[in-house]
Design a protein around this ligand. Structure first.
Ligand code: ADP
Length: 491
């Protein structure tokens, strides 16, 4: 029944632009047949066809013009006129009656066609307008749906009207239909500036109550495991020309990763200041001691102080050059100068350089001469970092193994230690900027967590790879590969 009423209701066809000829055709034929049955069988008087038919025809013209557009109205008009003509001839009208009848038919035909044209045209215009409106709305909804931020729109009572899929992703839940901002409890465990947010403090509730727009306000959402998610919210009310609030909209974005980067930057600044301060303090101490010796003309320890001062200056130089390298990487300005080099010689030079500072570990080398295409200074830097790490992170052992060998069209260099090792979860992350494994065992090792990050960038610039294999408690092997040089000087 509901379906039938919907089918017959002309309003339910607004905007669909589906026009049928069949329905008005059948109904108009039925009307004529019904009228003839009434006249001949019920009233038993062929002349009983009267004004009712004019009312019925006008009603049908209006109905079908509105339901089916121009042709619905025209079909009804044509059938009505045809029936009138049929009446005049079938009832054998003559003389004055006939000519008056024809005159009436001409006037009615004109009026019917005019009525059908006006209503049918209006109906078709309305259809186009409604369809355009629906298209614009669908387009807007598709755009909102695909925005990379969460969008929520409410009416002026705060009742949810629209939310895109990002909302669910960011908030971890889809707001239910009828959710009312200002009344329903906002997300559980949400806080702003350390305070729990009440329904009235929700940004949409605030702007709907007339407060000015809210821009970039931060909220912390805690999930059931207590993990914090940082979201940034901007909200604004929407007003009509008479400045009445008619709706409100909110944009939310997940800023957890930005927060994490900010936190890492702060940590890094603390760490860098600390790391820079340590050699500076020692430097100052040794310079003071040296000054005192010179004043007291007692030069016994002068050489010792000189060496210590030079160590601390070296440390400072290393730290600042690491910091400079990071900034070069970030600005895309780290460059390499490729030459053809013998990896065996490069490893030997590195070991010679490290010899002075290493008096704890035996550095064993296994490998044969192999020409690679590389920047000597930069690969020296990578090797020093890997070997220093191997020494630093194996304090209870006394051996580091350095190997190099050919593998396809690359030369692989490995640095193996038998020290504290790295857990599988940490293995991917140690190449990230500022990443330092931070379990209790390792807090005692100094460092900025930049060495591997810089090494990875250097190896990437060589189109090589850097990776690690490690077992916690047993030791680690760091590998990197460099392209083989075909023959000497072929660059
Ligand atoms: P740094 O040594 O200055 O902290 P790196 O970038 O060289 O920075 O190393 C990053 C992290 O990787 C270190 O903090 C350490 O936790 C881990 N790591 C590096 N090399 C080793 C190694 N050979 N054995 C165990 N852990 C290592």
């Amino acid at each position: 029944m509901k379906k039938l009423l919907k089918y017959l209701n002309p309003l339910s066809h607004l905007g669909d632009r589906k026009y049928s000829y069949l329905f008005p055709l059948i109904v108009n034929i039925l009307l004529i047949v019904g009228s003839e049955i009434y006249v001949y069988i019920i009233a038993k008087n062929p002349l009983a066809v009267g004004n009712y038919i004019i009312f019925a025809n006008v009603a049908f013209i209006i109905y079908f013009a509105f339901r089916e557009g121009l042709w619905g109205g025209y079909i009804s008009s044509i059938f009505s006129i045809a029936y009138y003509v049929y009446i005049i001839y079938s009832r054998h009208y003559t003389g004055l009656q006939k000519s008056a009848g024809i005159d009436t038919i001409i006037i009615l035909a004109f009026l019917y066609l005019l009525l059908a044209s006006i209503i049918g045209w209006l109906k078709q215009r309305i259809d186009v307008l409604i369809e355009n409106e629906a298209y614009q709305r669908r387009r807007l909804e598709a755009i909102i749906e695909q925005l990379p931020v969460g969008v929520i729109v409410t009416d002026n009572y705060g009742i949810l009207q629209l939310q895109n899929k990002q909302v669910k992703k960011i908030l971890g839940l889809k707001l239910p239909r009828g959710y009312t901002f200002g009344k329903d409890t906002p997300l559980k465990n949400s806080t702003s500036e350390g305070r729990v947010v009440t329904p009235q403090q929700a940004p949409l509730a605030q702007v709907l109550s007339g407060r000015p727009s809210i821009s970039g306000k931060e909220y912390v959402l805690k999930n059931k495991y207590g993990k914090a998610k940082y979201i940034q919210v901007s909200a604004s009310s929407i007003r009509n020309n008479s400045r009445d609030i008619i709706a409100a909209a909110e944009i939310i974005s997940d800023v957890t990763s930005q927060k994490e980067i900010e936190r890492q930057k702060d940590d890094f600044l603390n760490l860098a200041s600390h790391e820079l301060k340590t050699p500076l303090t020692s430097l100052k101490m040794f310079v003071d001691l040296q000054k005192r010796e010179i004043e007291s003309k007692n030069f016994k320890k002068l050489d010792y102080y000189n060496i210590r001062i030079s160590d601390q200056v070296d440390r400072l130089e290393d730290l600042t050059s690491d910091l400079l390298d990071v900034s070069r990487i970030q600005t895309g300005k780290l460059r390499i100068n490729i030459e053809t080099l013998d990896i065996a010689k490069l490893v030997k030079d590195t070991l010679d350089g490290i010899e002075d500072i290493n008096n704890t570990h035996e550095l064993e080398v296994i490998g044969e001469s192999q020409l690679v295409q590389a920047d000597g200074h930069r690969i020296y830097q990578v090797l020093v970092n890997l070997i220093n790490n191997a020494i630093k992170y194996s304090p209870d052992k006394n051996k580091v193994l350095i190997k190099f060998y050919k593998s396809k069209n690359m030369v692989v260099v490995s640095v193996q230690d038998f020290g504290i090792g790295i857990s599988p979860e940490e293995q991917d992350r140690i190449f990230d900027r500022l990443y330092q494994v931070s379990d209790l065992e390792e807090k005692t090792f100094p460092g900025l967590g930049l060495g591997l990050y810089i090494s990875k960038e250097i190896i990437n610039l060589h189109h090589g790879k850097i990776w690690v294999k490690s077992t916690k408690g047993k030791g680690s092997t760091f590998y990197f590969s460099l392209p083989i040089a075909k023959k000497k000087g072929n660059i």
